[in-house]
Ligand binder design. Structure first.
Ligand code: NAP
Ligand code: MG
Length: 483
């Protein structure tokens, strides 16, 4: 639906058929291996953010439902999953990974419908990576004594896991796979606006004959998450979401003896030096901030570009942005999909307006946005100073702030001048400079001459207000084991 600019080709529509997935009109909670009606909760409607059409009605779990799910998880932990040898647990994880692959197209369409992300991303990133997390952790299940955590690391018990809406299936996989490999059982709370892929995953777990209660899915809003993390039967809490809610959870858990990992927000610097291959860097900048509409905790939302190439980079970037296609998430040609919710759209609009009011220069390519649904054009701000809100606050949308620097020392000082510390990018031909930058940047992940690359073998997590604990790799197992 983007307007052809500068003689670009018009692309014929290439939608992935919606009929690949059948969505039930209503869903219960997944507790003890079956879908059940809530005993005291109500329901919520989940919509397609690209059209505002209601997709399904989903049960909301009240405290009694959460209690039921935690008890089911406890029983499964004590009777089945905890005592089961790792080599047997591994078989279930392999089976789940294979079934995710088998149902990949269906999962991708469902994820794009419920979340608004382009099908190209759900198909090529979210779903394959979700399968990869189960494959990777299946491999660990019988080798935990070689993870460097002592000769006989033990599971913690019941894990309460709360996830956000930006990568619904992938975040579920990040949470469930290591917990299960380590021998824990789980109660998962998906985000209010994107519950459907976790419910389809629950069906997959049931079809994989995972013993009842090993994984339970309690849908609902923030209060469901709050009762889950506060439940005394939960031994370990894993949370991904905003810094604000992370803080609240930390207060709730203080003194409880529960283990906690927090994966929170970010305001990553993507640092481009003048010797960088500029076309490649521009692709990396675009991928860094416009991937998943910028709803990415590790998004490269601050472009730090060396002064001598700043004009050239911004010119090329704008030209590249003019070619981005915005519109129907199910269309295979779409680069930028819908904003996940009207609330998130308001937040992006508010921060962008603040950027203009504070004197930064706003630019977006000419594009026609669909009338229904929640949309925001890919946007770049130049003339940004580090004190402005758009340079400090996480926008969590397709909005880039450009800041210039002269020396590597200045780049590091500006990159680290943030309350967050999740990720960063460095673009330069010089290997020694990459190493120097990696050493000085205070970020959990630093990408060199690439951005937004994920691998289940690689630990991911932040410093400062981006949280603590790591997910993925050997380090991620540590969060689910008592060593
Ligand atoms: P959020 O409001 O913190 O929500 C995250 C999850 O927590 C949702 O399931 C939410 O339910 C639930 N929740 C809300 N209040 C709660 C409470 N008091 N106790 C327990 N759970 C509660 O964050 P969001 O707006 O959905 O997601 C965006 C944020 O997540 C951004 O700041 C982003 O950077 C961060 N994020 C970080 C990572 C990472 O790996 N570091 C990854 C993705 C996102 P509802 O859905 O009903 O609100
Ligand atoms: Mg939705």
């Amino acid at each position: 639906m983007s307007e052809p600019v500068g003689g670009l080709f018009e692309y014929a529509p290439a939608p992935e058929p919606r009929s690949l997935v059948s969505i039930r009109p209503s869903y219960g909670l997944f507790v003890g291996g079956e879908f059940v009606d809530p005993v005291e909760g109500g329901s919520l409607k989940t919509i397609n953010p690209a059209s505002e059409e209601v997709l399904a009605e989903v049960a909301t779990a009240g405290p009694a439902d959460v209690d039921r799910a935690v008890r089911a998880a406890r029983r499964a932990y004590e009777e089945v999953w905890g005592p089961m040898p790792g080599r047997e647990r591994a078989k279930y994880l392999f089976r789940v990974a294979r079934m995710i692959q088998e149902r990949a197209r269906e999962l991708a369409v469902l994820e794009s419908l419920d979340n608004g992300k382009p099908i190209r991303e759900s198909r090529d990133v979210d779903v394959p990576l979700a399968a990869a997390h189960f494959f990777y952790h299946a491999g660990w299940a019988d080798k935990l004594s070689y993870a460097g955590l002592g000769p006989d690391p033990r599971p913690l018990g019941v894990a309460g896991q709360v996830i956000p809406w930006n990568f619904p299936l992938l975040m579920a996989a990040w949470k469930l796979a290591p917990a299960l490999a380590a021998g824990n059982t789980c109660v998962l709370k998906p985000a209010e606006t994107t519950p459907l892929s976790a419910l389809l995953l629950a069906e997959i777990l049931r079809d994989a004959e995972l013993p009842p209660g090993v994984v339970n899915v309690v849908t609902g809003a923030g209060d469901t998450g709050a009762s889950l993390v506060a439940h005394p039967g939960v031994d370990k809490v894993a949370f991904t979401g905003s810094t604000e809610v992370g803080r609240e959870i930390r207060r709730t858990l203080a003194g409880s003896g529960k283990r906690l990992t927090l994966e929170l927000g970010g305001k990553a610097a993507n640092v481009v030096f003048d010797d960088a291959p500029l076309s490649q860097a521009v692709e990396g900048i675009v991928n860094g901030i416009f991937f998943n509409q910028g709803h990415v905790c590790c998004a490269g939302s601050r472009l730090l570009v060396q002064e001598s190439v700043a004009d050239a980079v911004v010119d090329r970037l704008k030209r590249r942005m003019e070619t981005l296609r915005i519109g129907d998430p199910l269309d295979k040609n779409t680069d930028v999909g819908a904003i996940n919710s009207s609330g998130q759209l308001d937040k992006i609009r508010e921060l962008s307006a603040a950027g203009e009011a504070e004197g930064a220069e706003r630019w977006a390519p000419a594009c026609r946005l669909p009338e229904r649904g929640f949309w925001f054009p890919p946007t770049v701000f130049t003339n940004v100073s580090p004190s402005q809100r758009i340079a400090r606050e996480e926008i969590f949308g397709p909005v880039l702030s450009v800041i210039t620097f002269r020396t590597a020392e200045e780049a590091v000082a500006k990159a680290n001048n943030t309350t967050y510390g999740l990720s960063a990018g460095v673009w330069t031909e010089k290997g020694s400079r990459i190493l120097w930058m990696v050493h000085h940047l205070r970020a959990g992940v630093v990408w060199a001459n690439t951005f937004n690359r994920f691998d289940p073998a690689s630990p991911f997590g932040g410093y400062k207000e981006s949280g603590f604990g790591r997910e993925g790799g050997r380090h991620g197992l540590e969060a689910y084991l008592d060593a």
